[in-house]
Design a protein around this ligand. Structure first.
Ligand code: DGY
Length: 341
């Protein structure tokens, strides 16, 4: 008899082939469920479910009471801000994620957004489609500076593409001092730098922002990064420069961004993630949709055919590892110490 694992409908549809394969080849049956948290929790309890594969939707309440101790919430994705790790760890529920398998997808999306800003592709597309002929000039990105805010796996992948592929000068920023950052690397700093084409590393945010023609956010959403991109951040950006956010909506203050674009201090923004998803402006008078130079996509950074199958396999395997108490289970367990990281 196989054990049933619930998978959020959205995640299931994205990774259907992989979930089907897991159901065929393991003792677990992955099935889609399309329920709000309360009714999901009721079904979890009634059907004795021990594992749930969660999309980006936040789960904050009943689910933690319903899952048993040693059950698992497996994020279909890398970000785990939508899971209440404190509640999970109090109840003894494991939380897993799928780091690594979506880095390329998100970094590529950041590149496409950067290119869209540089060459004004969305507005050229829109005007040409309605019969206008407005050949506005864009800019070339080769030789221009990109500041990558957050130099984890996805930030590093973007660095490689921007520096080695597009010929950009890349400044990487993280909170760690250069010595602390270097100490965490597997190789020497010089080797790391040349592998990804990084021009310069800094822990000085104002410096990085003051240098950059484009700024791309790649920090996790934790209390310390909430509204990292705020009015002061935008003021520190070079006049006319542009910002890209494929990380999380919570790390960027959308009202401050609206003001920075409307005042023409910054040249534009390309956002894949929002404080409210689907997007809804925090202040109806500061609606980013009204700004022509604000490009928006509906949180699709990791949403590629390739990455969806890989995330499904990784999330499914994590569930199986936890439920069968495989020693490798620790691999993708979200460490409770990341709670305040
Ligand atoms: C992630 O991996 O966290 C993506 O944002 C999609 O969920």
């Amino acid at each position: 008899m196989s054990e049933t694992v619930f998978v959020s409908e959205i995640s299931y549809r994205k990774g259907e082939a992989a979930f089907e394969e897991l159901s065929r080849s393991t003792a677990f049956r992955f099935i889609p469920v399309d329920e709000k948290e309360e009714s999901l929790a009721r079904r979890v309890r009634e059907e004795g479910i021990r594992a749930f594969v969660a999309d980006i939707h936040p789960y904050r309440g009943a689910l933690y009471d319903a899952l048993p101790r040693d059950g698992v919430i497996a994020r279909f994705g890398v970000g785990h801000d939508s899971v209440d790790k404190e509640k999970a760890s109090k109840k003894g529920i494991w939380v897993t994620n799928t780091p690594g398998v979506l880095d390329n997808a998100v970094a590529e999306h950041a590149v496409w957004l950067l290119g869209s800003l540089a060459r004004l592709i969305p507005s050229l597309h829109a005007s040409t489609r309605v019969g206008q002929w407005k050949p506005c000039s864009g800019v070339e990105v080769a030789g221009r500076t990109l500041a990558i805010i957050g130099l984890g796996r996805i930030g590093q992948m973007l660095c490689r593409k921007a520096a080695l592929g597009l010929g950009m000068r890349v400044i990487g920023w993280s909170r760690d001092s250069p010595a602390k950052f270097a100490a965490r690397l597997d190789h020497s700093f010089e080797e790391f730098q040349s592998n990804i084409g990084l021009t310069e590393y800094t822990d000085d945010l104002e410096y990085a922002l003051g240098q950059a023609d484009f700024v791309s956010l790649h920090v996790a959403s934790v209390p310390a990064t909430r509204h990292l991109a705020n009015a002061g951040f935008f003021a520190a950006m070079k006049p006319g420069s542009c910002i890209i956010n494929t990380a999380r909506g919570a790390v960027l203050d959308e009202i401050a961004l609206y003001e920075a674009i409307a005042s023409e201090h910054i040249g534009g923004a390309a956002l894949d993630v929002f404080e409210q998803e689907p997007y809804s402006p925090a202040d109806p008078n500061k609606d980013l949709r009204k700004l022509a130079n604000c490009i928006m996509t509906p949180h699709v950074g990791s949403n590629t055919k390739e990455s969806n199958q890989a995330m499904a396999l990784a999330a499914g395997r994590a569930v199986i590892q936890v439920l069968t108490q495989d020693p490798h289970a620790m691999k993708n367990i979200v460490n409770p110490s990341q709670l305040t990281a």
